[in-house]
Design a protein around this ligand. Structure first.
Ligand code: ATP
Ligand code: MG
Ligand code: MG
Length: 548
């Protein structure tokens, strides 16, 4: 394998194996079950999964479930479903931090006994003030001087519910003057009176992320604990804790940069806000980059994997272009989706030199250059639908469009010339009268070149269908960087259209994903029952859509 294709973490692992620091590579993905997974999590999942796989190691999914107030079993179920959908085999490697609560509690007592932790009874606000800032050192809490015996008793009282939430917490005794704020006596345990989805009412004290994470990693014998850059300083605390407790295996932490994607928010707090305030229809809304949303939109898991491979793993923070994600799904679908015609903005065209009962069956390839994908049929007759944006009233514009006196081709069929338009009382065009040239099936008319090609469906071959057209959810490239990100919502991010599809799609409806010529790739909405109108979600536009 090419050196350039190796991410920096893989290089670290290769070195660790060479130096015999590591025998079996063990990685994990540790989501907190307080929301759905998104494409940033996919980056982390693939990174951890494939590092383990390449080195014949193991990959764990571990629920970092230390805050029962924000978590639930529904999120757990969906996270497992999404990881599996990404084709990352979990076998039985699903773990919960909560199943280590007893051991973590013992390690907390060990720190107290060593004089390295104390029960603090300052208020949350006082703790914040005493902590100081980047430019001013912190101040010791008066509770820092308590004896080991006092601390053990108070910690026991915390565990047995003698304190209210916020009235006491366990803190590590490190250094209130440390240049690293995370080392200024970080909180290790806090009181939360909340039923936990796994441990029910067994506990009313819960370890913090920092305390639980390094211990959980070590208990699972994780060799490379990979997280995102904002935890860089926390590594100092990670190492401090493992150094000061008697644990046999010590995991190591490495950091890489988070995925940031244009026109999206990926922070769970912001995504949750969109869901709970009904700005989107749910965690699986096709307009948000959750795994469930992308799946509903019609993205394949292999296209998400390709995307994650392309962006690579670095320590640089930059925003990835949405067009890169779109090109990954387009390249994937281009190779295996059948082409059909769909009319999204229908307008009627009457071909005056054809009889009313005329009906010709045309055979059309399913893919322009993969003949093994077969063919389907379409019907040509005297009344057809075209897209109203393919007709142009103004004679001077758009050479390739249908307009009075201009000859264009109906895709896979004949050429037509517009002769006349019919309007209603409001000046809207209701019908276009054309003639066709019967000698132009598969060839140009004599002495002429016809440059425009438009899609169409014969009225007798048209099945009504609904189309969900998605646009960007935000009008700003980097809404994540704005606290007032809601101000930048695109009010037209979902456009619903009613039009037609070719009837032959019904014979092929199990394919689920199609290219509608000149419009884009679409997938059938899953919950679309047969009595209702068929609904198609637009996955992505074509590289060159006809309307742009
Ligand atoms: P929040 O937005 O609330 O901080 P989170 O997305 O960090 O939540 P976790 O459940 O803590 O949620 O994340 C699980 C793992 O996924 C962590 O290791 C985290 O570093 C990683 N992760 C989260 N967001 C991204 C991202 N945008 N790119 C890459 N990895 C990410
Ligand atoms: Mg989190
Ligand atoms: Mg996080």
């Amino acid at each position: 394998e090419n050196q350039k294709n190796q991410n920096f973490i893989k290089k670290i692992i290769l070195k660790d194996i060479k130096n015999k620091r590591v025998k079996t590579v063990r990685t994990r993905f540790p989501p907190e079950p307080n929301g759905y997974l998104h494409i940033g999590h996919a980056k982390s999942i693939f990174l951890n999964f494939f590092l383990a796989k390449q080195f014949n190691g193991t990959f764990n999914l571990r629920f970092d479930d230390t805050n029962p107030k924000k978590e639930n079993a529904h999120y757990i179920k969906n996270i497992i479903k999404d990881v599996k959908w990404l084709q990352c085999n979990l076998e039985n490697n699903i773990f919960y931090t909560s199943s280590y609560f007893e051991i973590i509690y013992k390690y907390a007592k060990e720190l107290i006994k060593k004089g390295l932790a104390y029960v603090d009874q300052l208020t949350k606000e006082e703790i914040r003030i005493y902590r100081g800032t980047l430019t001013s050192p912190g101040i010791n809490s008066p509770y820092r001087k308590q004896t080991v015996k006092e601390n053990l008793l108070l910690f026991k009282k915390m565990k047995h519910g003698h304190f209210s939430e916020g009235d006491a917490c366990l803190r590590a005794k490190i250094d209130m003057k440390s240049p690293f704020i995370v080392l200024r006596d970080p909180v290790l345990y806090r009181i939360l009176f909340s039923e936990h989805h796994q441990t029910k009412n067994k506990w009313c004290i819960y370890p913090t992320y920092d305390f639980a994470h390094c211990i959980s990693d070590s208990l699972e014998k994780i060799t490379h604990s990979i997280c995102t850059l904002e935890f860089q300083d926390n590594r100092k605390l990670y190492e401090w804790i493992l150094k000061n407790i008697s644990i046999s295996h010590r995991a190591h932490q490495y950091e890489f940069s988070k995925l940031k994607l244009e026109y999206c928010v990926l922070s769970k707090r912001k995504l949750k806000h969109l869901v709970t305030n009904k700005i989107v229809s749910g965690w699986d809304d096709p307009r948000i980059p959750t795994i469930s949303g992308l799946k509903k939109r019609g993205y394949t898991s292999s296209s998400i994997r390709t995307f994650c491979e392309k962006i690579g793993v670095t320590k640089q923070n930059h925003i990835i272009e949405l067009s890169l994600l779109e090109s990954c799904i387009r390249n994937d679908l281009n190779l295996n989706t059948s082409r059909y015609m769909a009319i999204i903005n229908p307008i009627k065209v009457y071909i005056s030199n054809l009889e009313d009962n005329y009906s010709e069956i045309l055979t059309v390839p399913n893919h322009p250059n993969i003949s093994s994908m077969g063919t389907h049929t379409t019907i040509f007759s005297n009344t057809i639908y075209i897209d109203r944006y393919d007709f142009c009233e103004n004679r001077t514009q758009f050479k390739k469009k249908l307009k009075i006196g201009n000859e264009i081709r109906l895709r896979h069929a004949y050429t037509i010339i517009a002769k006349k338009i019919i309007k209603d009382n409001n000046d809207n065009i209701t019908e276009i009268i054309c003639t066709y040239d019967k000698n132009t099936l598969g060839k140009n008319p004599i002495n002429k070149k016809v440059s425009g090609v438009i899609h169409w469906i014969a009225k007798k071959n048209a099945i009504p269908a609904k189309f969900n057209l998605y646009e960007k959810l935000f009008i700003l490239k980097d809404p994540e960087s704005k606290e007032d990100f809601l101000k930048y919502i695109n009010k037209n991010s979902l456009i619903i259209k009613h039009g037609f599809i070719e009837s032959s799609i019904l014979n092929n409806i199990s394919e689920k994903t199609y290219q509608f010529e000149r419009e884009g790739y679409f997938c059938v909405e899953k919950n679309c029952d047969s009595k209702q109108k068929l609904t198609f979600n637009r996955i992505v536009k074509l590289k060159k859509n006809f309307k742009n």
